[in-house]
Design a protein around this ligand. Structure first.
Ligand SMILES: Cc1cc2nc3c(=O)[nH]c(=O)nc-3n(C[C@H](O)[C@H](O)[C@H](O)COP(=O)(O)OP(=O)(O)OC[C@H]3O[C@@H](n4cnc5c(N)ncnc54)[C@H](O)[C@@H]3O)c2cc1C
Length: 445
């Protein structure tokens, strides 16, 4: 029989972030029959897009299937990175040097876009700017990370340094890794507070946000679109899709986008408050951590430095949140055996949106529907910046230009948003990680 041994009193099956920022309740208003622009989805991408469009003087309507911010934007870890999943070499091979440079720099700029937004809107978002430690899972991965740090320091204006295994305990209280790389310009924030700040900014800018209004179909007309929702019909000149990993939830609203997005579930746990001495031993530098596997382990302190949020096993789902929590607790104590007797306060799930080519995408469908999606686990910076860019695109402004605009958005024949291959794919990745296969150098999120 299963016991509650690892679950603290008051254990919750919802995001830690929702304690400080409960789900928003919006005033219930009649659905307008028309708008200049309909934005579908109220996460980071949708709200950043809506802020730009509403400030540009357009009548802007955000439609959300659940409550505002129900998707990954209030469920993530809160890492604010600078990069996509791609190595610079691979991007160059795919798009040529000039385009690769533009994409790489634009994805790097995304972090700045977040920081500017926070500053401009004067948000209190529990920002911790202490850098990130990427643990090497083997001596070979350490060498790979070191070569990468050298290359980046030579060519890019970002600061990377290495921490050998002998010095590792100054960074993290574990022998699990073989040294690691420090990314000094990375940080974390409280995603619930950031989302709340964006929602307020969108409402202040004059955008209307309607929750519990799933969009069922978007029908192109001679001029604009008819947007069919569960609460009525809206006519709009432009429509922007910002539904990322949740695109599939209301079946066929936007089949073209749905057929290009792989929804990937991921779980996180949060520990109960940890005695400060133990916390210092585990996180002497206070940095956020992830590692060089493909299916990474990651952990960070909560903004008040009292608890640890831990995630792993992306793409795996044991069927119940408690079972997922148990598996994650095992992974966490593999890294930090000192946490064996520490109980959990929260477990939750979110859904990431991956593209088949692992690139983030933004553009316009053949029918003229705009989309910003496929953030592959890096949607805090990229969702923010793509949302802003696409908002400017709708306004016809120069800031709407992007190196990512309408680059090919691949899919598989007959794929319809049901990732039937995910289990096998994740099993293969995990097998490869266990045998020390090729790791990952950079992570965006
Ligand atoms: C566990 C986890 C950890 C992560 N950690 C990080 C991290 O540390 N850093 C990082 O950068 N990224 C991270 N990510 C990824 C990041 O959370 C997402 O990329 C980002 O939040 C996507 O934002 P979005 O606005 O595109 O979509 P979402 O926030 O997912 O919002 C999409 C919204 O669209 C709505 N919707 C869907 N269909 C319809 C419809 N038909 N009609 C109306 N509404 C609809 C959904 O209800 C949902 O609210 C993580 C993700 C997960 C799951």
């Amino acid at each position: 029989m299963m016991t509650n041994d690892i679950f603290a009193e008051g254990f919750k099956e919802e995001p830690y972030w929702w304690d400080a920022v409960p789900r928003a309740r919006l005033a219930e208003e009649a659905l307008p029959s028309k708008a200049d622009v309909v934005v579908v989805g109220s996460g980071f991408a949708g709200l950043n897009c809506a802020i730009e469009i509403a400030r540009g003087g357009r009548d802007t309507l955000v439609l959300e299937a659940q409550d505002a911010g129900f998707g990954a934007s209030t469920r993530l870890a809160g890492y604010i990175g600078r990069f996509m999943h791609y190595s610079f070499t691979k991007l160059t091979g795919m798009f040529g040097l000039e385009n690769a440079k533009r994409m790489w720099l634009e994805s790097g700029e995304a972090q700045t876009v977040v920081l500017k937004r926070i500053e401009q809107e004067q948000m209190e978002v529990g920002k911790l700017w202490r850098g990130r430690f990427t643990g090497a899972c083997s001596p070979e991965h350490y060498e790979m990370l070191a070569q990468n740090a050298e290359l980046i320091n030579k060519h890019c204006p970002f600061e990377f340094s290495m921490c050998p295994k002998s010095e590792q305990h100054k960074e993290v209280g574990t022998d699990f890794w073989h040294g690691g790389m420090i990314l000094h310009e990375h940080g974390t924030l409280h995603p619930g507070k950031y989302h709340q700040g964006l929602l307020q900014a969108a409402l202040n800018a004059g955008a209307k946000v309607h929750d519990f209004t799933p969009v069922m179909r978007i029908v192109p007309e001679r001029k604009g679109f008819t947007v069919k929702t569960a609460r009525g019909v809206v006519n709009a000149r432009d429509v922007v899709i910002c539904t990322n990993g949740y695109t599939n939830t209301t079946a066929s609203a936007i089949p073209w986008v749905r057929n290009r997005i792989i929804p990937v579930p991921a779980h996180q746990i949060c520990t109960e408050p940890i005695p400060s001495e133990l916390m210092k031993a585990i996180k002497p530098s206070g940095r956020a951590v992830l590692d060089s596997k493909v299916n990474i382990y990651w952990d960070r302190p909560t903004p008040d430095d009292r608890q640890i949020i831990f995630g792993a096993r992306t793409g795996r789902d044991e069927g119940s949140l408690k079972l997922n929590a148990r598996k994650l607790h095992d992974c966490m104590t593999e890294v930090y055996p000192q946490l064996k007797d520490v109980k959990l306060s929260h477990v939750w799930q979110g859904v990431m949106g991956f593209s088949f080519d692992k690139l983030p995408h933004m553009g316009e469908t053949r029918d003229g529907v705009y989309y910003a999606t496929g953030f592959c686990g890096s949607g805090l910076p990229l969702g923010t910046s793509f949302g802003k860019t696409i908002g400017n695109r709708v306004l016809g402004k120069k800031e709407g230009e992007s190196a990512f605009w309408n680059v090919g958005f691949p899919t598989w024949p007959f794929y319809n948003g049901n990732p039937w291959f995910l289990r096998a794919y994740v099993a293969w990745i995990d097998f490869n990680d266990r045998r020390g296969g090729q790791g990952h150098i950079v992570r965006g999120g």
